[in-house]
Design a protein around this ligand. Structure first.
Ligand SMILES: [Zn+2]
Length: 348
């Protein structure tokens, strides 16, 4: 390259550089413009490299021009870079802009679980009658779950088939809330009026009417002179408070080891009024087991069974919830399906 050609290239590159720098629309485009104008393979760099082959005068003259061109292009690059970064920031801000005129996102209101609703209703009815709430552990020992409740060692309820045992010998997941009866009587003198809501466990095959983990409310009243009619009156009052003032209660004899006599308690169907429908079949809905506390159970807890009598009952919360809300399948209570659960919004 001769000096005249070198000078021509420097001027041309200056013009070309200013043009493409000013046209760069983004920082990426600006970077490639910089490479094209001042990079290692650019015509400008090629001229600089050839300066060494010129005479001293040309070298000095052309070197000064090259420096001016470089300084000018560098200034143009810096200026354009500053302008672009402002522009890009503005674009980002625009994209992130909050439109305050858009409607807000409403949080979906939750609801109480139907079993919680029914448990509270049952417990509320009895606490208004003067009962207090008692609690016990879900892992029970043989004494509280069986022995003290007059369930003998050879009773089928004790087999591995029906109960869920834990790894520690003599302990199991309580098969009913009745164990709380024993714990309550062991810890206080009569009179006793308690309800004990809670979870219970059985080794059951799960289907539409059975779960292996389910809920009960246990009731226990022990006092001087309590009779079967006190029990019937109490359970009638419960049924009317729960399902409506027209309810009738029917008791059929039944056997539970910890009561004598025992009864299966049904309420007249609150849907058909007792004439018979798809929900009830024969006009009655079996809701709970009940009975007069067996004297042996009182004795086991150190109560004087000559002086005190009592009655006990156990209500299945799932069963009441199914009857009350027309739920066809018990598994719905544990599946966590929002379409099922959201139907209880506003129910308390
Ligand atoms: Zn009916």
């Amino acid at each position: 390259m001769d000096p005249n050609e070198a000078l021509r290239v420097l001027h041309a590159e200056h013009d070309r550089g200013l043009a493409i720098i000013s046209k760069a629309g983004s920082t990426e485009e600006l970077e490639s413009a910089k490479v094209s104008v001042l990079g290692r393979k650019s015509p400008f760099t090629e001229v600089q490299r050839s300066l060494g082959s010129f005479g001293p005068d040309d070298r000095r003259r052309l070197g000064a021009v090259a420096n001016e061109v470089r300084t000018s292009l560098q200034a143009a690059l810096d200026e354009r870079r500053a302008a672009l970064s402002g522009l890009e920031e503005g674009r980002l801000l625009e994209a992130d802009r909050v439109d305050v005129t858009l409607p807000g996102r409403r949080p979906r209101p939750g609801s109480l679980h139907p079993l919680t609703i029914v448990e509270r209703q049952i417990v509320g009815i009895f606490t208004r009658m003067g009962y207090r709430v008692a609690e016990g552990p879900e892992i029970e020992d043989d004494w509280h779950n069986f022995e003290a409740l007059n369930i003998p060692p050879d009773h089928p309820a004790r087999t591995m088939k029906d109960s869920l045992y834990v790894d520690i010998p003599g302990l199991l997941l309580r098969t009913e809330t009745s164990a709380v009866q024993i714990r309550t009587m062991e810890s206080q003198e009569p009179p006793v009026y308690v309800v004990a809501p809670g979870r219970t466990y059985r080794r059951e095959a799960v289907d539409a009417t059975h779960l292996s983990v389910f809920h009960q409310v246990e009731g226990l009243a022990v006092d001087e002179g309590l009779s079967f009619s006190d029990m019937k009156g109490t359970l009638e009052a419960f049924a009317r408070a729960m399902f409506g003032p027209e309810q009738r209660v029917r008791m059929n004899p039944d056997y539970f080891p910890f009561v004598e006599p025992g009864a299966q308690v049904a309420v007249s169907c609150f849907k058909c009024g007792g004439v018979g429908c798809a929900l009830c079949g024969n006009g009655w809905i079996e809701l709970l087991g009940a009975g007069m506390v067996h004297p042996k159970v009182l004795d086991n807890c150190g109560y004087d069974s000559e002086r005190y009598t009592g009655f006990a009952f156990g209500v299945g919360i799932e069963r009441v919830a199914m009857a009350r809300y027309g739920v066809p399948d018990m598994r719905l209570f544990v599946e966590g399906d929002v379409r099922f659960l959201e139907q209880f919004q506003g129910v308390a």
